[in-house]
Design a protein around this ligand. Structure first.
Ligand SMILES: [Mg+2]
Length: 193
């Protein structure tokens, strides 16, 4: 049996934060991108990127529950190597957040580089080390494409990728509205019964 690897991206896959990326264009103009916008941004010649928001503690983190639930399930199986693979530069804010919020010991790998090929290289290293069952989840189409390219190179490896598109996090207002609706609906049901 080959070894099992599960890889999760962090930003906009497991959590949404209010960390943004600042781009200074060739003409000196600046654009601020959310991680979601950055994931589909096509860099232009002369762009300079400022990632300093990502060097701190997670800013205003909100979990994407479905994917965090899956992470928790994967972590409960010690046979699997489970990693959070991020373009961020620091691992400790990620370890600190998951420990504090969920009591989870996660193993982040911080590449310090947003080049999709860096994620593919990291996965390829694991294929060379004998991992044959690999799943990769990311909200960046470019990252997913880079990993998909490995499928061609290693057709005998069970390599699955998932592009995260439904990473909606309800706002506070929506959450309160839902909870009020649920309560009044339950009251109604109780009356009927
Ligand atoms: Mg992401």
């Amino acid at each position: 049996m080959g070894k099992v690897l599960r890889v999760f991206d962090l930003d906009d896959t497991l959590v949404k934060t209010s960390s943004n990326i600042k781009v200074t264009h060739k003409d000196g103009k600046e654009t601020v991108l959310t991680p979601g916008e950055y994931a589909v941004y096509k860099p232009k010649a002369g762009d300079k990127f400022d990632y300093s928001d990502f060097k701190r503690i997670l800013k205003n983190p909100k979990i994407i529950k479905k994917n965090v639930d899956l992470l928790i399930r994967m972590l409960s199986n010690p046979q699997k190597k489970v990693t959070i693979l991020t373009a961020r530069q620091l691992t400790f804010p990620i370890r600190y957040y998951f420990k504090k919020e969920f009591g989870l010991d996660v193993y982040p790998v911080a590449l310090g580089d947003a080049d999709p090929q860096k994620k593919a290289d990291w996965i390829e290293k694991h294929i060379e080390r004998g991992y044959t069952d690999i799943a990769f989840m990311d909200d960046s189409p470019a990252n997913v494409r880079a990993i998909d390219a490995l499928k061609v190179k290693y057709p005998h490896i069970n390599l699955r990728t998932k592009l995260v598109v439904d990473n909606f996090v309800p706002t506070e207002k929506v959450r309160i509205f839902e909870s009020v609706m649920r309560k009044s609906f339950n009251k109604m049901l109780n009356k009927i019964n």
